[in-house]
Design a protein around this ligand. Structure first.
Ligand SMILES: [Zn+2]
Length: 469
C-alpha cells in the first residue's frame, strides 16, 4: 500500500510502526456551526482510508478531536446569550448526525479539547523546561520557533524566508514575542470567556497545542498517520510537529496526509461570497450517500468542484449500483438452481478480477475514483452475466462482492426500505425474545416504537405479522 506523504512529497510504501496496527489522528472541526461540505471532505476521505486499512487486516486506532474552545464558539455564545459549552455541545451532536448520514464511522476516540487541559498545561511546562517556550509578562506563553531547527519541514518553507515574511507582517500587541514567528501556546482570559487556571495566568490553550496533546494521550508519542485538509499544513500541522517533537524528542508522525480544497461552482467557498453550503442543506436535497459518492469520485489530492450538475451525475451513477444490487437480490430469491455451473465458475473468476483492480487502485494512494471504476465494471458484469436462470451461488457471490467493495468505500447501496424492513424484523425478534423472558414492559415498548414508525403488529398463529399503517 502506497500513500503520498506531504512530509517527503513522495508516494511511500506504508509500513506501520507496529505490525498489524495503525495509529491515526485526523484534525476535527471547530464546533460553532453546522459543518459545511468543506469539513465533510476530510471526514469522508479519511474514513475511507480507515475502512480500507481495516479491510486489509489492520487494527486502526482512529482519533479525531472536536475543538470546543475557540474564538468563534465564544462569539456565537455571546450572540445567543448562552454558554460556550452549550454551543459546542449542540454542534457536536449536529456534527455526529451529519457524520452518520454520510456513513462516517465514529472515531475510536473523539476527544474534546476542554477535557484535556491538564495535559496541555503539562506539555507547555515541559516545553518551557526544555527551552522551547517562554511566558511573557502578561502570562501568554509562546513557542520559541528558532530553537526548533526543523521548523518548516512539513510545509517545505525555509526558516529565513518565514522570518522575513513574519517581520513584514508584524502585528501590534505582539511586541512581547521574542521573534515574530513564535506562536501562542497559552493565552490570558478576556472578560466573559471560559478559562482555566495555569501556572502562567488564568486563560485557555492555543489551538495547535490541543492536537499535540490529544494525539499523544490517545495514540502515543509516535503515530503512523496524521491527516487533515491541506489548509492545515501551515501553520497548524507545522506547529503541532514543533510542539510534539520538542516535547517528546521523537518523530511525531511518520506519514502526513492532506486532502485538497473543495470549491463551489469553481469559486472558493466563503461566507462573504454567500456560497457556503452545509451538509444539512445538502441532506434536504439528496441522500448523503450521494455526497459521499461525489467526494470519492475524485482523487483526494485533487481540488474538487461542487456543482448541482456533478451532484446529479453522482446521484445517477450511485443509482446504477443500487439497481444492480437490487437486481442481484432478486436473482438470489428467484434462483431455481443452487450450485454454480462450470461456466459460471469461470465467470466468477472474471468477477474476482474487479476486486483485484479495486485493491490495486486503493493501494496506489487511495485512488477512490479508479476503485469506483472497478465497481462499475462489476456492475456491468453483473448486469450482463447474472441473468435469469443464474444459480443462487453465482448471484450470491457477485452480490456479496458488490456489497463488500461498496462497504470499503462506506457506500450504502442497499435500498433504504430494505434496510428498514431488516430493522423491523430485528425489533420483532427482540420483542419475541423479551416476551419469552416475560419482560412485557420491553415488549410493549418495542410495539409502541414500531407503531411510531407506522408499523402495526399482529400476533397470529403462524407468528407475528406486520403491516405499514
Ligand atoms: Zn489539529
Amino acid at each position: 500500500m502506497k500513500l503520498f506523504n506531504t512530509l517527503t512529497r513522495r508516494k511511500e510504501e506504508f509500513v506501520p510502526l507496529e505490525e498489524g496496527k495503525v495509529r491515526m489522528y485526523v484534525c476535527g472541526p471547530t464546533v460553532y456551526n453546522l459543518i459545511h461540505i468543506g469539513n465533510a471532505r476530510p471526514m469522508i476521505i479519511f474514513d475511507t482510508v480507515r475502512r480500507y486499512m481495516e479491510y486489509k487486516g489492520y487494527e486502526v486506532n482512529y482519533v479525531s478531536n472536536f475543538t470546543d474552545v475557540d474564538d468563534k464558539i465564544i462569539k456565537k455564545a455571546i450572540e445567543e446569550g448562552v454558554s460556550a459549552e452549550e454551543i459546542s455541545t449542540r454542534y457536536i451532536a449536529e456534527c455526529k448526525k451529519d457524520m452518520e448520514g454520510m456513513n462516517v464511522k465514529p472515531a475510536t476516540t473523539h476527544p474534546l479539547a476542554t477535557q484535556e487541559i491538564d495535559g496541555m498545561i503539562e506539555m507547555i511546562r515541559t516545553l518551557i523546561d526544555k527551552g522551547y517556550a517562554y511566558p511573557a509578562a502578561d502570562g501568554t506563553v509562546y513557542f520559541r520557533v528558532k530553537n526548533f531547527k526543523e521548523y518548516g519541514k512539513l510545509s517545505h518553507k525555509n526558516l529565513d524566508d518565514l522570518q522575513s515574511g513574519f517581520r513584514a507582517l508584524q502585528v501590534s500587541g505582539e511586541e512581547q514575542k521574542e521573534d515574530p514567528m513564535d506562536f501562542v501556546l497559552w493565552k490570558p482570559k478576556k472578560e466573559g470567556e471560559p478559562f482555566w487556571t495555569s501556572p502562567w495566568c488564568d486563560g485557555r490553550p492555543g489551538w495547535h497545542i490541543e492536537c499535540s496533546v490529544m494525539s499523544k494521550k490517545y495514540l502515543g508519542e509516535e503515530i503512523d498517520i496524521h491527516a487533515g485538509g491541506e489548509d492545515l499544513i501551515f501553520p497548524h500541522h507545522e506547529n503541532e510537529i514543533a510542539q510534539s517533537e520538542c516535547c517528546n524528542g521523537k518523530i511525531f508522525a511518520k506519514y502526513w496526509m492532506h486532502n485538497a480544497f473543495l470549491n463551489i461552482d469553481n469559486k472558493k467557498m466563503s461566507k462573504s461570497l454567500g456560497n457556503f453550503r452545509t451538509v444539512r442543506e445538502i441532506s434536504q436535497q439528496y441522500d448523503l450517500q450521494v455526497l459521499r459518492f461525489f467526494m470519492l469520485n475524485a482523487h483526494y489530492r485533487s481540488p474538487l468542484n461542487f456543482s448541482a450538475d456533478l451532484m446529479e451525475a453522482s446521484k445517477n451513477a450511485l443509482e446504477r449500483i443500487v439497481e444492480a444490487g437490487a437486481r442481484l437480490k432478486d436473482r438470489i430469491a428467484a434462483a431455481s438452481v443452487e450450485a454454480a455451473s462450470e461456466s459460471e465458475k469461470e465467470l466468477l473468476k472474471t468477477a474476482e478480477s474487479f476486486t483485484a483492480k479495486f485493491e490495486e487502485a486503493m493501494d496506489d494512494d487511495f485512488n477512490t475514483a479508479d476503485a469506483l471504476a472497478a465497481v462499475f465494471e462489476l456492475v456491468k458484469f453483473a448486469n450482463t452475466n447474472v441473468t435469469e436462470g443464474a444459480s443462487r451461488e453465482m448471484a450470491s457471490a457477485v452480490y456479496e462482492q458488490l456489497i463488500r467493495l461498496c462497504d470499503i468505500l462506506g457506500l450504502i447501496v442497499e435500498r433504504k426500505e430494505e434496510i428498514l424492513d431488516q430493522e423491523i424484523e430485528d425489533l420483532i425478534a427482540e420483542r419475541q425474545a423479551a416476551r419469552k423472558e416475560k419482560n412485557f414492559a420491553r415488549a410493549d415498548e418495542i410495539r409502541d416504537l414500531l407503531l411510531e414508525k407506522g408499523i402495526i403488529l399482529k400476533d397470529t398463529r403462524e407468528g407475528v405479522k406486520w403491516t405499514r399503517a
